[in-house]
Design a protein around this ligand. Structure first.
Ligand code: NAD
Length: 502
């Protein structure tokens, strides 16, 4: 039995530089999906708590030192944050694993990818915040500056807490915004740890506030509040639509990183063993709960049967277990509800006539029976109009779709309401790039999958979102361009004369 700590002490929230409880003293429990047992109580904030956190962030933006501080001063704090996060990386990884069932080693990859992001974003901010002179039609001096948006509301999902929260916090704060961060109800612990790290690094009080509680209450208020200037969500497409509706009151800026149903196109010139491994990493990373997961695996006719068979064999050999165990390939799904949802999709795949190659059940052996596990499941001969090929399942339930030509593969890959990720496996460089360019998605990997890096923009086409995270675009996303045009040479007098003529 793997143990971290059976029970953690009750968590508080971070508002105005203070660690506090929800105003009504309400809490909620978090269940460890590996064991099915409650292990920590968290604050269940309500609308009143949310308003308070927003007021604090508003005041810190309007009156605080943070927006006025130099980028160099803010950078110093960010470097301290990165170093402290690196030191705590394993502890943070275990906390997230206990909350969401994703193996701790996978969390470690995400934490260690987040650490350099805090430093990298400082160099991008320098580029973006640098005033830019523009050459103009008229003989005037025009400069374009970038101002922070103001108060940002950052709403995160449960599947990659630190990575996704860092992708929002780093660009939002470095340019001088203030923030209210709401982690997913299932995974609040590391967001609270991030607040402790920023606090220790010397972030002025009120600049970052972290509150926990239900999305339908806390998140909805963050989206509605007229004191918020920019709301940024990573979550389901349906939640994104809800946020857009709620944000309409003050027309605040909305950034959305939403769901996906990405295709991995495997051509028949790609080595069989590599194809099987790419299908597995591309489909099962984070228990199959990654937004850019390659859940539709397109295999070219000539190699289809062979790759599908070997892929099913590999899937059967994956080790299921406690998310804290270093031996675990696939942990439990985040909640009982998520497990039930996966099992329902499995039934739907069977009903619609897909061929079940492996999995398709909830494992019951030993300790597995206590957790929310679903055996790695591969359906073959899936057609792209089946529910399992169209809807985001978020779990280890994958679809193999055979194809014959390059054109057909591209058509299938693009025939989805989503447009987040995708992959192409081929030894033919020209074809790799040609197909990647034709895929209507925000990112495509060729002969690889899921490289988490801060340097390349990340986001979706179609119903996968609005805006981009990572890279300098993420810094731009949290700023407003402002142009200042000055006439130092007397050119305006001609305008005056022109007006007087009329
Ligand atoms: P979710 O939409 O249920 O929740 C995301 C966040 O929104 C949570 O903090 C939740 O509490 C909050 N929320 C829920 N209802 C809300 C409302 N009405 N108003 C405001 N906030 C609300 O998503 P999830 O289940 O936590 O995460 C999984 C989803 O996230 C998947 O669809 C996945 O594809 C997506 N995702 C996308 C990316 C990306 O970068 N595109 C990355 C990771 C996850």
């Amino acid at each position: 039995m793997v143990k971290y700590k059976e029970k953690l002490e009750e968590q508080k929230v971070f508002i105005d530089g203070e660690w506090t409880t929800s105003s009504k003293g309400d809490t909620y429990s978090i269940i460890n999906p590996s064991t099915g047992k409650t292990f920590v109580e968290c604050q269940k904030c309500d609308v009143e708590d949310t308003k308070r956190a927003i007021d604090v962030a508003r005041d810190a933006f309007d009156n605080g030192p943070w927006p006025e501080m130099s980028l160099e001063e803010r950078t110093k704090i960010f470097y301290k944050v990165a170093d402290m996060m690196a030191k705590k990386s394993w502890q943070l990884s275990k906390l997230d694993a206990m909350c969401n069932g994703i193996p701790a080693l996978s969390h470690l990859i995400m934490v260690l990818s987040s650490v350099p992001l805090y430093k990298y974003i400082c160099t991008q901010a320098k580029k973006v915040l640098e005033p830019k002179k523009v050459s103009t039609l008229y003989p005037v001096d025009s400069t374009v500056l970038r101002d922070p948006d103001g108060v940002t509301a950052l709403i995160a999902p449960w599947n990659g807490p630190i990575w996704i929260e860092s992708a929002k916090l780093a660009p939002a704060l470095i340019v001088g915004n203030t923030a209210v961060l709401k982690p997913a109800s299932q995974t609040p612990l590391t967001a609270l740890e991030i607040a402790k790290i920023f606090e220790k690094a010397g972030l002025p009080k009120g600049v970052l506030n972290v509150i926990t509680g239900p999305g339908s209450v806390v998140g909805a208020e963050m989206a509605k509040s007229e004191k918020v200037d920019h709301v940024s969500l990573t979550g389901e497409t349906i939640t994104g639509k809800e946020i857009v509706k709620n944000a309409i009151g003050n027309l605040k800026k909305v950034s959305l990183e939403l769901g996906g149903k990405s295709a991995n196109i495997i051509f028949d010139d790609f080595p069989i063993e590599d194809a099987v491994n790419m299908a597995a990493v591309g489909g099962y990373f984070l228990n199959g709960e990654l937004c850019i997961e390659n859940t539709r695996i397109l295999m070219q006719e000539r190699i289809h049967k062979k790759v599908a068979k070997k892929f099913a064999e590999l899937s059967k050999s994956l080790r299921l277990g406690n998310a804290l165990s270093l031996n675990t390939n696939i942990g439990p799904l985040v909640t009982e509800g998520q497990m039930e949802r996966n099992l329902k999709y499995i039934e739907s795949g069977k009903e619609e006539g897909a061929t079940l190659l492996c999995g398709g059940y909830r494992p019951q052996e030993g300790e597995l029976k206590d957790g929310f596990f679903v055996a790695p499941t591969v359906f073959d001969n899936v057609s792209n109009d089946m529910k399992i090929a169209r809807e985001e399942i978020f779990g280890p339930v994958l679809s193999v779709i055979p194809f014959s030509t390059e054109e057909e593969a591209i058509e299938i890959a693009n025939d989805t309401t989503y447009g987040l990720g995708g992959a192409v496996m081929t030894k033919d460089r020209k074809r790799g790039m040609r197909v990647a360019k034709k895929m209507r998605t925000g990112s495509v990997f060729v002969n690889t999958v899921h490289i988490l890096q801060g340097e390349t923009p990340f986001g979706g086409y179609k119903q996968s979102g609005w805006g981009r995270e990572m890279s300098e675009l993420s810094v731009e996303e949290f700023t407003q361009p402002k142009s200042i045009t000055a006439d130092w040479g007397g050119f305006t007098k001609y305008f005056v004369e022109l007006v007087q003529l009329h």
